[in-house]
Design a protein around this ligand. Structure first.
Ligand SMILES: Cc1cc2nc3c(=O)[nH]c(=O)nc-3n(C[C@H](O)[C@H](O)[C@H](O)COP(=O)(O)OP(=O)(O)OC[C@H]3O[C@@H](n4cnc5c(N)ncnc54)[C@H](O)[C@@H]3O)c2cc1C
Length: 376
């Protein structure tokens, strides 16, 4: 029987990052159902760091993550962020409104004319550009490097990670919990549920109310380009209404129809029709000439009702914490979100550092969801 202060369920980016932060102060065991922590959402992302994307709290946590990425990169010698500007593109009236709203919520964006957008991204069809805005602070993330850095850190601090250890049962045991995960039986004072699309299933095993997680499928693909002008330095181009996006990826172009279809937790398959739609939209807006898909995949972006992350424990279930609902931002904001979550889980309150992120713990607390839904 393994005993620790905390058991973290899930070793994706959420579980690995919060476990690394917690292991500085507490004894931690991480249990992961799969053979690695990159089987699900964490291994299927578009690996983008976009400070102008998401709600106000997501953007604040993303900004706060930047120096943490830099510090980890300096310590590990692995560069984790590579600058890649983000071009928000409007090709119609709706897009124009979206760009106006984006420049209001993210004043660091530069509004560009069609000519400026075309100079920055020559494959753009200038005549299709209604408006554009540039986020120079965006970057590509080395997701595997980030994830491995957290796993190395938590092990160095004495924490244990158990793979192929699906949580089957969680029950009250004295003041704490007893957990059966794979062949292991664990005891702990606190549980952190970072099981991505499966958080409500894990909560149910502990007789803790659900937070109402909704997994949404997103498809992505890589394709060779017929554009012969050199692609490595092209920006990430995102349709301002989020109907598609495209960026360079290791000599190919990575595209996505930005689909967001409600599905059940599991291993989603890419949606061929959505890929065809994205290829057409990208062809209309650019001369990239993407026609053959070399590889396609899909993953889950997990949301609760208000699309904000969930950090904390229901008031009536104090030692069972959620770290969930990161939607399409779980990589970019992972460093700051993990630090803030570790403060809440270990101390019950924010430190001087995490208080400065400008995010209200009440806005992330699960209790807000019972108000939203009017019931538990
Ligand atoms: C196509 C796509 C593109 C994306 N692009 C970006 C992007 O550019 N930037 C960005 O910031 N975010 C992006 N995201 C979102 C990002 O990938 C997620 O927010 C993030 O990976 C969520 O991490 P997680 O650890 O919560 O989930 P996961 O990585 O899914 O980890 C949850 C883990 O819990 C484990 N688990 C489940 N049940 C149990 C159990 N009973 N016992 C033990 N373990 C269990 C699972 O096996 C899994 O490994 C994208 C997502 C997709 C799908």
């Amino acid at each position: 029987m393994l005993s620790s202060d905390v058991v973290v369920v899930g070793a994706g980016i959420a579980g690995a990052s919060v476990a690394a932060e917690l292991s500085e102060r507490l004894s931690v065991v991480v249990v992961e159902a799969a053979a690695s922590g990159e089987e699900h959402s964490t291994g299927r992302s578009a690996a983008a760091f976009l400070p102008s994307y998401g709600s106000a709290s997501v953007r604040a946590l993303t900004r706060a993550s930047h120096p943490l990425y830099e510090a980890m990169a300096a310590e590990s010698g692995v560069p984790l962020l590579q600058p890649r500007p983000l071009l928000w593109l409007a090709t119609d009236e709706l897009g124009l409104e979206a760009v106006t709203e984006l420049t209001r919520t993210s004043p660091h964006l530069d509004r560009l004319t069609a000519g400026q957008a075309h100079r920055l991204c020559p494959p753009l069809r200038a005549e299709r550009v209604r408006s554009a805005a540039l986020d120079r602070s965006a970057a590509d993330v080395d997701v595997a490097g980030l994830h491995q850095t957290y796993l190395k850190t938590l092990r160095r601090r004495g924490a244990t990670v158990l793979f192929n250890a699906a949580v089957r049962d969680i029950r009250r045991h004295g003041q704490g919990w007893q957990i059966t995960a794979g062949e292991h039986v664990l005891q702990c004072a606190k549980v952190v549920n970072a099981a991505g699309a499966w958080v409500d299933q894990v909560a149910d095993r502990a007789d803790v109310p659900a937070i109402g997680i909704q997994p949404r499928r997103r498809t992505a693909f890589v394709s060779p380009t017929r554009y012969d002008g050199g692609i490595a330095e092209l920006p990430l181009v995102v349709d301002a209404c989020e109907r598609w996006y495209v960026k360079p990826e290791a000599g190919l172009m990575l595209g996505s129809p930005a689909d967001a279809t409600d599905v059940s937790p599991g291993r989603p398959t890419p949606d061929e029709l959505e890929i065809a739609r994205a290829l057409e939209a990208i062809e209309e807006a650019t001369t990239l000439g993407l026609r053959s898909v070399q590889r396609a995949w899909a993953g889950l972006r997990n949301f609760v009702a208000d699309h904000e992350p969930v950090v904390g424990a229901w008031s009536e279930h104090e030692s069972f914490y959620f770290l969930a609902g990161q939607g399409g931002y779980g990589i970019q904001m992972a460093p700051a979100l993990a630090r803030l979550a570790a403060d809440i889980i270990a101390e019950g309150t924010l430190s001087q550092e995490t208080a400065q992120y400008g995010v209200s713990p009440a806005g992330l607390h699960p209790d807000r969801l019972s108000v939203l839904r009017g019931t538990r």
